[in-house]
Design a protein around this ligand. Structure first.
Ligand code: GSH
Length: 267
């Protein structure tokens, strides 16, 4: 796939929300438009872990990124105290939970192995099914196709509504945000971008009222501030989506397109 870049120059910031947390220096290699990165940032903020944020340019990958994640060459990568880097967002969420067990609420559900297995199952569903599905909505060439893709993605979100209803709390994680809140919540700014661009509402007050209320709560949570919920991010997502649509190769047949789901790789 061709690579495109937009103007977000590597940025280096110290995330200051929250307290120091346990354990030395933490670096996160990330990309602001990446939901995979956003979920890690939400979890670090919820735990009150201070970290240095290093925005990456995926069109010209840094030596640090290539050294830290030689297998996938992707963000996010977490480096804690100069130790071995931790790669893959879901693995990183588990790591954060274990490395800072007493700082902030637990990330994985505390209810027992079955509950944790269910959370992992639905997280895999979000990444394996819903993420590519909303990407297909974004890339649909024609309105009819987009409607069909939006219907498919909407059905997935409806399933997640059922999961949420059975979790009976403010969040998937109960009273505080946890694993699935971070995993699904990190997609919210892209959902908003799809709504603005095409009027597609993946989370919809009428069809998925509980998730609509959940999304409001996530949006107001301190851990999401600037990372998932920010006007600037939504605008960046819209601009990026336009670029992908405008400069992309001619759309392949739908089945082929399923293989090309790494849209954000070209950011
Ligand atoms: N499964 C990975 C996906 C991470 C991912 O796809 N990251 C993209 C940015 S959204 C990336 O770094 N892509 C660079 C590339 O593919 O070259 C995770 O959960 O961390």
């Amino acid at each position: 796939m061709r690579s495109y870049s937009i103007d977000h120059r590597p940025e280096q910031t110290m995330a200051t929300a929250g307290s120091e947390g346990e354990g030395g220096d933490v670096k996160l290699l990330g990309l602001r438009l990446s939901p995979f990165v956003a979920r890690v940032r939400m979890a670090l903020a919820a735990k009150g872990v201070r970290y240095e944020y290093l925005e990456q340019d995926l069109a010209a990958k840094s030596d640090l990124l290539l050294r830290s994640n030689p297998v996938h060459r992707k963000v996010p990568v977490l480096i804690h105290g100069g130790s071995k880097p931790v790669c893959e967002s879901l693995v990183i969420l588990h790591y954060i939970d274990e490395a800072w067990p007493t700082a902030g609420p637990a990330i994985l559900p505390a209810g027992g192995p079955l509950e944790r297995a269910a959370a992992r199952f639905w997280a895999a569903y979000v990444d394996g099914e819903l993420f590519p599905a909303w990407g297909r909505v974004m890339m649909a060439a024609e309105e009819d196709e987009r409607d069909e893709r939006a219907r498919e993605a909407g059905e997935m979100v409806s399933r997640l509504e059922e999961v949420f209803v059975s979790s009976a709390g403010e969040f998937f994680g109960g009273d505080a945000m946890g694993y699935l809140d971070f995993v699904l919540g990190s997609n919210l700014f892209w959902f908003e971008a799809l709504r603005r661009m095409f009027g597609v509402k993946l989370i919809d007050e009428a069809r998925t009222p509980m998730l609509a209320a959940w999304a409001e709560r996530v949006g107001k949570a301190a851990a999401a501030e600037g990372v998932v919920m920010s006007e600037e991010l939504v605008e960046m997502a819209v601009e990026h989506a336009k670029k992908l649509r405008g400069f992309g190769p001619p759309p392949p047949p739908p089945r082929e397109r399923e293989k090309q789901i790494n849209y954000l790789a070209s950011v």
